[in-house]
Design a protein around this ligand. Structure first.
Ligand code: MG
Length: 461
């Protein structure tokens, strides 16, 4: 039985959308079966047309999984059982996003035609008058993804088909390695190469061998710095040179021991001084990194003009972008190579598809921001865009934990370094509300980002 037949056998409704149970069953079967295109409902949509579909209700579900607050929006429609899900995860400020949806967007949207995705997006964008708030953007992204999910389910096709269809079967994944020692770095790369990975973003801890972490050094406000973080030492000592030396040592080790058949990169996380960032770009150039991320903060992006003239490294940028004035000049002036936008923070799928197509014309590839503070629904959004565009680069994301898979049935899967869609209608992913009860937020909403230098002055995380 192929997947389409499985759908029918599972008794999916006339509209062709999948129940939670159906998704779970089809997903377990899908592990063994090769991907099949979903055509369920497509002919019906073309042949007879469908009655107007209204937004009936909107609910926000906040969960806290593995320490990360996730915001999911659920939109119910006038068709019984047909709903859509969207991710508006602002892990640091989840309740603000929830308020935005429930108090401001929901009254605007009840009774509206659920098919008017672009129109609704434009209305939400201008509704507060001031644009480009990261809180409003996340709320818009949650609404927007849920509407795309609904349209896909109703038509019986995955969202990537609504966006133009698959350009590729799956997405090449970025291997993210935080190593305590040079030997662990080498061994970890080799192991992931055996698993099919050929693009790596690497971090190497300082020589005392303390654990490394990719997240920013954090402080509860006491002015302390996690000096074990491979990047924290830059802030602690204000020492660009030491940071550059350690990064070059790591790159040299990889090129000497493993060779040149893999792509390597690193996230600078806007930590060095502008002068240090230029030094770093020139210093790592001999190792041919495809990806040096966030040399500068968005507010310092004029410096990219200087870097571009001095080093031919791949430049990745974008997880902090919230409006087009930040990314469009960098793309149009050919100052970056890889778009790293955090899709929900910038306004969602509807905006990101336009960003992706703009990038195509300037040779910029996508690598949407995809760490743990993007929910699996957000990852599904990233994936559906990347499957349907020409200029996909590399996908950030790890295999989803058992907890996340239990909470979000239908999580995209990684096989041999490639992420695959389950090819189900809509975004192909659900949220089990019974399971969500287990992961209710603990009242400690959000978190405080931010770092401190050794004198106690606040630093960008
Ligand atoms: Mg980053």
């Amino acid at each position: 039985m192929d997947r389409r037949e499985s759908f029918k056998a599972l008794g999916l409704g006339a509209a062709g959308f999948a129940s939670l149970g159906a998704i779970k069953e089809v997903m377990s079967e899908a592990k063994a079966a090769p991907p099949q295109p979903a055509a369920n409902g497509r002919d019906r949509a073309r042949a007879g047309g469908m009655p107007a579909l209204k937004i009936k209700d909107i609910k926000v579900i906040i969960t806290k999984v593995e320490g990360t607050n996730m915001v999911t929006c659920k939109i119910y429609t006038s068709e019984a059982g047909l709903y859509g899900l969207g991710c508006g995860t602002h892990a640091e400020r989840p309740s603000i996003v929830a308020d935005m949806i429930e108090k401001y967007f929901k009254p605007m949207l009840i009774g509206r035609n659920a098919d008017e995705i672009e129109k609704i997006w434009q209305e939400l964008w201008i509704a507060p008058y001031w644009r480009a708030s990261v809180d409003a953007n996340n709320a818009m992204a949650a609404i927007d993804a849920a509407l795309w999910d609904i349209m896909g389910k109703r038509c019986g096709v995955p969202v990537y088909d609504l966006l133009g269809g698959k350009v590729r079967d799956g997405l090449r994944m970025l291997g993210d390695i935080q190593a305590r020692t040079p030997q662990i770095l080498e061994d970890s790369i080799r192991k992931m190469m055996e698993d099919g990975y050929d693009h790596f973003r690497i971090y190497l801890a300082n020589p005392n061998g303390q654990p490394a972490a990719s997240s920013a050094p954090r402080s509860a406000g006491g002015g302390t710095v996690d000096a074990t973080n491979p990047r924290a030492s830059v802030e602690a000592r204000g020492n660009d040179v030491e940071y550059i030396k350690r990064l070059c040592d790591a790159f040299e080790l990889i090129r000497n021991k493993i060779g040149w058949d893999i792509e390597i990169g690193h996230d600078v996380h806007e930590r060095p001084t502008p002068r240090g960032a230029i030094m770093l770009a020139k210093a790592v150039e001999p190792y041919r990194p495809f990806y040096i991320e966030d040399l500068f903060a968005p507010e310092d992006s004029e410096w990219y003009k200087i870097v571009r003239q001095q080093a031919s490294i791949g430049i990745a940028m974008g997880e902090l972008f919230v409006n087009q004035n930040e990314w469009l000049p960098l793309v149009a002036n050919r100052l970056i190579d890889i778009m790293r936008m955090h899709i929900s923070a910038a306004g969602g799928l509807n905006l990101a598809r336009k960003v992706a197509h703009t990038c195509e014309f300037f040779g910029v590839t996508t690598s949407w921001h995809g760490p743990a503070n993007v929910s699996p629904i957000g990852h599904a959004v990233n994936m559906h865009i990347d499957l349907s565009i020409y200029n996909f680069g590399v996908c950030e994301g790890r295999p989803f934990s058992e907890q996340l898979q239990e909470l979000f049935p239908g999580c995209p899967e990684i096989r041999k370094g490639i992420r695959y869609s389950n090819d189900l209608p809509g975004l192909g992913i659900d949220l089990d509300e019974k399971v969500a009860a287990k992961y209710a937020p603990d009242g400690n909403y959000g978190s405080q980002r931010g770092a401190y230098d050794r004198e106690g002055a606040p630093k960008r995380p």
